[in-house]
Design a protein around this ligand. Structure first.
Ligand code: NAD
Length: 480
């Protein structure tokens, strides 16, 4: 028997207006894990109204920044209290290995703690004008913020936006992805237990229709969207109609650039993790590998060996690699394999579904390396969003930079070299929002500003930089 959930609007746990539900399934078995309300336009409208009412209430307007900080810390405490349950739901819903889901839960708690610390440190400035004018700025909340969340890191992506929005005094409406709605609803219950006023945190589950209703809503003051370029563009057009600001985080085709003078063992381990983590379904996945020609063959050979040792299986059994999120996503990866064959690319390893006798309905895909691909081909340019690396050979630093910058994306890049001057040169020349030198994704990134260049999006989440998304600046001039 699967569990049934309600959604959280204005502090009430409720069904959708028309009482429809939809099922969320385990991608390793296709079994139904839970049924959740199918929210639509009317439900979104109720949630936005509830968030507006909460925002304008005396209780919220008089809530001190220090008290928001205390409650954000309390939220982190309650998240940790339920860490096993949350990690289990996240692993079942996304398919990811339990240890990765546990890491996601800890990062979620860390976002609440990080923004707890800054809630009472959102400062303005005084501006010297003249001896009889006092001029100062204040950062005020924008009001009601909308958070449209994808299925790859449901908890983390929801937490990084909403913790920053609430720390700065906004109220929020969340639309989790239809493939992974459970932990957003559990976080709603956690917010309640932590003691937030009703209506500060609202969750409407549903499909893209609900996301569209939220991004089109005239009473939303800011939209944070993470997902595909195509949907991001639609969200931006809706926001433009209502003159609303947006923060877009839209994925990437991020390179790991390996020079012959690097520590190759470190590089191989990181290159492998950068594509295996979350089954390659990460916006920041290291999905392109650029290797200096003199070490190309040996590097690929060692990477192949490593990828072939990867264990694949059911998330709760803690394999290295879990299933792909859905049949739709798996089919999309297979389409890229067809292109590889048509274009006579070399599939060094993998390239096909993996069948596991115990989980015959699971969406498993083998870790894959493809090379001998033209730099302007679909495989080199498009986000595959699976455990698939496309590898290239380069002869010179200039060629490495050209290849690295040669896509429409610009989210992350990894540079592997022991030459400090070269590391800096590449760090400057690569057009991406985050550069990792001799690591890929060190320190988890809660406090590091994160976001894209080019079609990877704009605006920054995480770190102090995210506070700018959720505040607007007011200037006050006093004539003495
Ligand atoms: P998507 O962009 O369609 O969905 C993301 C979220 O947007 C979901 O909550 C969805 O319900 C909602 N949505 C769908 N249509 C909408 C609309 N018209 N208006 C407003 N919201 C809408 O992403 P997807 O289909 O789940 O994944 C497709 C691709 O997106 C992936 O292959 C990958 O390339 C990319 N992606 C990127 C990230 C990232 O972190 N940048 C995360 C997940 C997926």
């Amino acid at each position: 028997m699967s569990q049934q959930f309600k959604m959280l609007i204005g502090g009430e746990w409720r069904n959708s207006v028309d009482n429809e539900m939809f099922a969320t399934r385990n991608p390793a078995t296709q079994e139904v894990i839970a049924e959740v309300p199918l929210g639509k336009q009317e439900d979104i409208d109720l949630a936005v109204k509830a968030a507006r009412k909460a925002f304008e209430s005396c209780e919220w307007q008089e809530f001190l920044p220090y008290d928001r900080g205390k409650l954000l810390n309390k939220t982190a405490e309650v998240i940790r209290k339920y860490k096993e349950e949350l990690a289990k739901f996240e692993s079942l819903d996304t398919g990811k290995p339990l240890f990765q889901a546990e890491g996601d839960v800890e990062a979620t708690a860390r976002y609440f703690e990080y923004y707890a610390g800054v809630a009472d440190k959102i400062l303005g400035e005084t501006i010297p004008i003249s001896h009889d004018v006092i001029d100062y700025t204040v950062r005020e909340p924008v009001g009601v913020t909308a958070h449209i969340v994808p299925w790859n890191y449901p908890l983390q992506i929801m937490a990084r936006g909403t913790a920053a929005a609430i720390a700065t005094g906004n109220t929020v409406v969340i639309k989790p992805a239809e493939d992974t709605p459970i932990t957003a609803l559990r976080l709603g219950a956690i917010m309640e237990e932590a003691g937030w006023p009703k209506g500060v945190f609202n969750v409407v589950t549903g499909y893209g229709e609900a996301g569209a209703a939220l991004s089109n809503h005239p009473d939303v003051d800011h939209i944070t969207f993470t997902g595909s370029v195509q949907t991001g563009s639609t969200v931006m057009q809706s926001a433009a109609r209502n003159i609303k600001p947006v923060t877009l985080e839209l994925g990437g085709k991020s390179p790991n650039i390996v020079f012959a003078d690097s520590d190759q063992e470190d590089a191989i381990n990181a290159v492998c993790t950068a594509i295996i983590q979350n089954a390659g379904q990460s916006c920041s996945a290291g999905s392109r590998l650029l290797i200096e020609s003199s070490i190309y063959d040996s590097f690929i050979e060692k990477l192949k060996e490593k990828m072939e040792e990867i264990t694949i299986g059911y998330g709760l059994n803690n394999p290295d690699l879990g299933p792909i999120i859905s049949e739709r996503q798996l089919t999309q990866i297979e389409r890229f394999m067809k292109v590889a064959k048509e274009e006579n690319a070399r599939i060094v390893t993998g390239g096909a579904r993996k069948t596991i006798a115990e989980y015959p309905n699971g969406f498993f895909f083998k870790p894959t390396i493809i090379d001998q691909v033209a730099a302007d081909s679909t495989l080199a340019q498009d986000e595959i969003f699976g455990p698939v690396i496309v590898a290239f050979r380069f002869e010179s630093e200039g060629e490495a930079i050209e290849l690295a910058n040669g896509t429409d994306y610009g989210l992350v890049a990894g540079i592997w070299t022991s030459e400090i001057k070269r590391a800096h040169r590449l760090g400057q020349k690569i057009r991406a929002g985050q550069i990792f030198i001799n690591n890929y994704g060190v320190a988890g990134g809660v406090s590091m500003p994160f976001g894209g260049y080019k079609k990877s999006g704009f605006g920054r989440e995480k770190g102090l930089e995210a506070l700018n998304n959720y505040t607007q600046l007011k200037n006050v001039a006093i004539k003495l």
